[in-house]
Design a protein around this ligand. Structure first.
Ligand SMILES: Cc1ncc(COP(=O)(O)O)c(C=O)c1O
Length: 461
């Protein structure tokens, strides 16, 4: 049999010139007309990427947004790149149906299950997006509803994605419910109050009222779905006591608790799941995005064993798992918690060898402290334009205010645009600038990038 792996290597060596960044063809931007209007990028053209920095036609672009795909490892992480490269060159399967198994398919299920913090779990891999896995979580909870309960409980300010089920369940997707003929049975509770890490964990009167309201409808509800940190609601962080009480109510009334961990899982909080971070464990945990750190689509539903017989009509999708995504997911887990010593080459620099061995979580606390310093300095330097700072771990939202101290979404959007032109990519929502900082950013890059943020915002003062 012809050796396909060897042929791959020969062709790859020959093709290296095609991908050489020195040969970047900027005229490709002329093809922009083939994109639909709302997908046409700015005139910034990306040439290469390294960690938290993109090289563009305009120079350096600091990524303080994690590219919306939650690229916790930034660009071109050497461990993930090399893992995928080695897999592809190995001759192992490039795809397989989920009717057969393989080493990586089983191993990654076990790894994700073990790092999730969920007790005695099973995993359903999906080569898909986050919307698909939140939908699957809701369906799994519904199927296990043996009491004919019809109500799904959600929260104001929630966002679970872009398919029918997520349109229904997300408060921020109400405009897309036109596709439904019947009024869906979703009960929206008020969003929990934003919690400032380090402050008292006593419940606010709003949180107490919300939990009381849940008790009044509990006997009709089959599931509660919640993002422990609502990213699209200006990084609204749940009080850990709120989540604990929510869990107690769910247990008492036999309601399935679902965490949408798509923005918070796999590194952002220094843990693999928000469940471990808050020390509150749901019945179903939906993860995606950061799972492969941008190297391919993969979602996983992690759940109690009792959900393991998922509805057949939803579980057997064409792409149960993309193998490169699985290889990436294993590499991301290893990169965060440390690589087995026998796989680390001795001819790497001492620093990189040490980093690979101890894992990036090892220095997480230190990184968060430096981020906190940068954000506090920014707030002092731009006091007239910036309000509260929300968030924890590597996630922050900085509120933009007007001269009277009121929320100022228009200026926020303008600042975001100016930042992009000045070399810093951030997200924005309402009047909040959202920062999601890849864990691999260096201290110097953090200071440099926040220096740019400060000088841009001061122009608006
Ligand atoms: C909290 C949350 N859940 C679900 C999704 C949906 O993920 P996707 O866009 O991959 O379908 C998103 C997307 O941003 C999200 O932020």
């Amino acid at each position: 049999m012809e050796n396909k792996a060897t042929n791959t290597q020969i062709i790859a060596e020959h093709l290296a010139k095609r991908f050489d960044i020195r040969n970047t063809d900027f005229s490709k931007a002329d093809s922009r007309e083939y994109l639909c209007d709302n997908l046409i990028p700015s005139d910034i053209f990306v040439i290469a990427g390294n960690g938290a920095v993109l090289e563009t036609n305009r120079g350096k672009l600091f990524d303080l947004s994690s590219m919306s795909l939650n690229c916790i490892l930034g660009q071109n992480d050497p461990w993930v790149n090399a893992s995928i490269q080695a897999y592809i060159a190995s001759g192992r399967p490039s795809f397989h149906s989920t009717r057969v198994g393989s080493e990586i398919y089983y191993e990654v299920a076990e790894l994700i299950a073990k790092v999730s913090g969920i007790q005695n779990p099973v995993v359903n891999h999906r080569q898909c997006n986050g919307s698909d896995v939140t939908e699957l979580a809701i369906l799994a909870a519904y199927q296990h509803n043996d009491k004919d309960r019809e109500l799904l409980v959600s929260f104001r300010g929630s966002y679970y994605g872009q398919n029918l089920t997520s349109f229904i369940a997300s408060d921020l997707q109400t405009q897309n419910r036109f596709l439904l003929t019947e009024e869906p049975s979703i009960y929206f509770l008020d969003a929990p109050d934003n919690f400032l890490p380090g402050s008292s964990e006593n419940l606010s009167s709003n949180d107490i009222k919300t939990l009381d309201e849940l008790r009044t409808i509990a006997s009709k509800a089959f599931a509660v779905i919640i993002e422990p940190i609502q990213m699209s609601n200006m990084v609204n962080v749940c009080n850990p006591s709120f989540l604990k009480e929510l869990k107690t109510i769910c247990e008492k009334f036999d309601i399935q608790l679902i965490f949408d961990d798509i923005q918070t899982g796999f590194g952002w909080l220094g843990t693999f799941s928000s469940a471990s971070f808050f020390d509150v464990y749901p019945n179903l945990l939906a993860v995606s995005k950061a799972l492969t750190a941008g190297y391919g689509p993969l979602s996983s539903l992690v759940m109690d064993k009792r959900y393991k017989d998922l509805p057949m009509s939803t579980v057997l999708k064409t792409n149960g798992a993309d193998l490169r995504s699985l290889v990436a997911a294993r590499a991301v887990i290893e990169r965060l918690r440390g690589v087995p010593k026998e796989y680390i080459p001795s001819d790497l620099s001492t620093d990189l060898r040490h980093e690979l061995e101890v894992g990036l979580f090892f220095s997480f606390k230190n990184k968060v402290e430096i981020l906190e310093q940068c954000v506090q300095t920014l707030k002092q330097q731009c006091a007239s334009r910036l309000g509260n700072i929300r968030g924890c771990g590597l996630i922050r939202c900085v509120e933009v205010i007007d001269n009277h101290g009121h929320p100022d979404p228009e200026t926020c959007k303008k600042i975001q645009e100016q930042l992009l032109q000045s070399g810093v990519l951030v997200r924005s929502v309402k009047h909040g600038l959202l920062f999601k900082i890849p864990i691999v950013i260096t201290d110097q890059e953090l200071h440099e990038a926040f220096g740019i943020v400060s000088s841009v915002i001061r122009r608006f003062s």
